[in-house]
Structure formats: C-alpha cells, structure tokens
Design a protein around this ligand. Structure first.
Ligand code: IPM
Ligand code: MG
Length: 359
C-alpha cells in the first residue's frame, strides 16, 4: 500500500521551501522506487484567508490518516490582530495536540562546512551534535485555565497554567532516555525545580526513571543555567530533555550555534510513529517571496520524515549526504554565506541538492 504524505506549506517562506523539498522527494521516489502519494492542504494564515480558521476539520482529518506531514511554517504580520485562539500558530498547535505528537526531536548538529557561520568560536562548536527532546503537547502551552480577565479593580490580568501530569512526563522522558542510549549515553534534564512545583515533579520522576537506564548518565540543570551553558560550552551536551516552553527557547538557542536556524529540521512524533516534520525556523515574513530563504532545514525535515515515519533509512541518508555535498561545493544561501562561497537563491539551492542526488 502506498504511503501518504500530507504537505502543509503554510505562510511566509513556507511555500517556497516546501517546493524545494518536493523537488527532492520527486527524485528520491524514483531513485529508491518508493510508493508515496502526496497531497496538500492549507494551514495557518493561508487557511484563515480561505476558511476563516487556521486549521480546517477537513485538513485535520487528512492529517490524521497520513503517515507523515511535511510542514512549512505559519504566521505573519497580516494575521497579528486575530484573536489568540484563531492565530495562524493555533493551526500548528492544534495539529500537534489533536494528533498527540508529544515528542519533538530537534537535533542541533554542525555541518563542518559551516563552522564559520556560527556566532561562536570555531573550537567551541566544531563537532557539535546535540539532540533536544522537547515535550510538545503539554505544559504552559496547553494548560487550563488560561486567558485575560478583568479584576474587580478594573485592571486586566493575563494568566496561563503550567501543568504536567505524571504520564506526560514519563512518556517524554522515556523517548529521551532511549535516544541517549542510541547516541552518546548522556541525558541532561532541564527544569526550574527550584521555583516551579511542576518541574520539581518532573525532576523527581526523571530521577526515578534514571535507575532503569543504568547505561545513561543522567544529570539535571536549571533552565537559566542550561541557556548559559549552551553558549558557553555547548559540546558538554548529548541529549537534553525538557518541557514545551523551555524546549522552544533552548532549541532556538541551540540552532544558532550551528550557524543558522535555516539548517535545522525537526520531527514531532506520536506513539503510532506518525509524525509531522518541520524546520525549526519560522515563516520569516520579512524575506518571503524573495528567493532568499534557505530550503535546507525543510529538505532535512523530509529526510527525517523518511527515516522516522516511513522507515526509508537509505533514502534519508542519501538526502543528508546530498545536503553535505552542496555545502562542500561552496553553495550558500544568504543566512550561511561566508567569504569564498557562492551565494545562491532558494531554488538554486534545491536544484543543487537534486543534482547531487541524481549524480
Ligand atoms: C516552534 C515555534 C512554535 C512554538 C510557534 C510557531 C507556535 O516557535 O515550533 O518552535 O512555539 O512551538
Ligand atoms: Mg520556536
């Protein structure tokens, strides 16, 4: 039976970079003789414009039946005055939560060719290879109650709830321990257990589980220190596990260590191995439509889709190798360009990856 991939390009640079990933998928399908059917749909601002909501029931239903979703990016100033629960980002959050995509894997790996593009000194980042495991369907992003209310005094107050159930903590910790077993055997759990009860519970449960993973060296770190350590000595980390909001922040930070957030893919998985795959970067409305966007994070997200949800490991390896090849050729989009390299636009970069796969 053919595998189903749903493409949701979204807003801003999303459509441009998804176009490049689809060129790559086309070649990969032929090269590895893959039986894949591709459909597409609207999400985010594009969906608000067409249907009034950031994710329609129809698109959600197709998503739930797909083996993998290739997601671009959502959001932009055009939709800034939408009410919170109808903003473009809600489309993404609803997909994550409705499909129970609780495990967000965000690798931050430095391609040696890009060491010069990092804002940190070469010796601090050379060989960098971190995996951030971010809980994606709970925590303060989804906690109830939430809202903005008017107090008796007439002053308004905004409030959110930071909640984690034991089962939510344990299932993400399990993913992280298992990832550490397959990688360098080190796991750092990030919390704020000196201040927040919810993360004190987090630390207690992760510590308890650590006893069952004697082959993993577990440590704990407060989130403020973790942010500092990421820019001070990032190579001390192997796998990091943390909640939704801390993971959002730390993964942007880790991304920048690698030279550009334009290089980093991510996978969001549920227990059925269904997954949504998206670049860590956002919709970059400031450069949308100008051909400046780096399509490599989207192309690497496609590689993750093939690896995790379709189990096509050779195809995923081939894409990652092709990306490395184009970097070897010195081709760079504006976000990663440095002296002596060739500046290319979005589609030239996609074409170069395609050529490398065909060679
Ligand atoms: C991310 C993004 C999203 C998040 C936004 C677009 C809702 O920043 O995937 O990191 O906060 O999770
Ligand atoms: Mg983010």
């Amino acid at each position: 039976m053919s595998k189903q991939i749903l493409c949701l390009p979204g807003d801003g640079i999303g459509p441009e970079i998804v176009t490049e990933a689809l060129k790559v998928l086309d070649v990969i399908k032929q090269k590895f003789n893959l039986d894949i059917e591709i459909s597409d749909g609207l999400v985010g601002g594009a969906s608000i414009d067409a249907y009034g909501v950031p994710l329609s029931d129809e698109v959600l239903a197709v998503a739930k039946k797909s083996d993998g979703i290739l997601f671009g990016a959502v959001g932009g100033p055009k939709w800034d005055d939408q009410p919170m629960m109808n903003r473009p980002e809600r489309g993404l959050l609803k997909l994550r939560s409705e499909m129970d995509l609780f495990a967000n894997l965000r690798p931050a790996m430095l391609f040696p060719q890009l060491a010069e593009a990092s804002s940190l000194k070469h010796e601090l980042v050379a060989g960098l290879d971190i995996l951030i495991v971010r809980e994606l369907t709970g925590g303060i992003y989804f906690g109830e109650p939430r809202g903005i209310r008017t107090l008796e005094s007439g002053e308004r107050e905004g409030y959110n709830s930071y909640v984690y159930r034991e089962s939510e903590i344990k299932r993400i910790a399990k993913v992280a321990f298992e990832a550490a077993q397959k990688r360098g055997g080190q796991l750092t759990s990030v919390d704020k257990s000196n201040v927040l009860e919810v993360t004190a519970l987090w630390r207690e449960l992760v510590t308890e589980m650590g006893k069952d993973y004697s082959d993993v060296e577990l440590s704990h770190m407060y989130v403020d220190n973790a942010a500092m350590q990421l820019v001070r000595a990032p190579k001390q980390f192997d796998v990091m596990v943390t909640g939704n909001m801390f993971g959002d922040i730390l993964s942007d930070c880790a991304a920048m260590l690698t030279g550009s957030i334009g290089m980093l893919p991510s996978a969001s998985l549920n227990d059925a191995n269904q997954g949504m795959y998206e670049p860590v970067h956002g919709s970059a409305p400031d450069i949308a439509g100008e051909g400046k966007a780096n399509p490599l994070a989207q192309i690497l997200s496609l590689a993750m889709l093939l690896r995790y949800s379709l189990n096509e490991v050779a195809a995923a390896d081939a894409i990652e190798q092709a990306v490395s090849d184009v970097l070897d050729l010195g081709l760079r989009t504006g976000d990663i360009v440095s002296e002596g390299c060739t500046l290319v636009n979005t589609s030239e970069m996609g074409d170069a990856v395609v050529r490398s796969l065909q060679a």
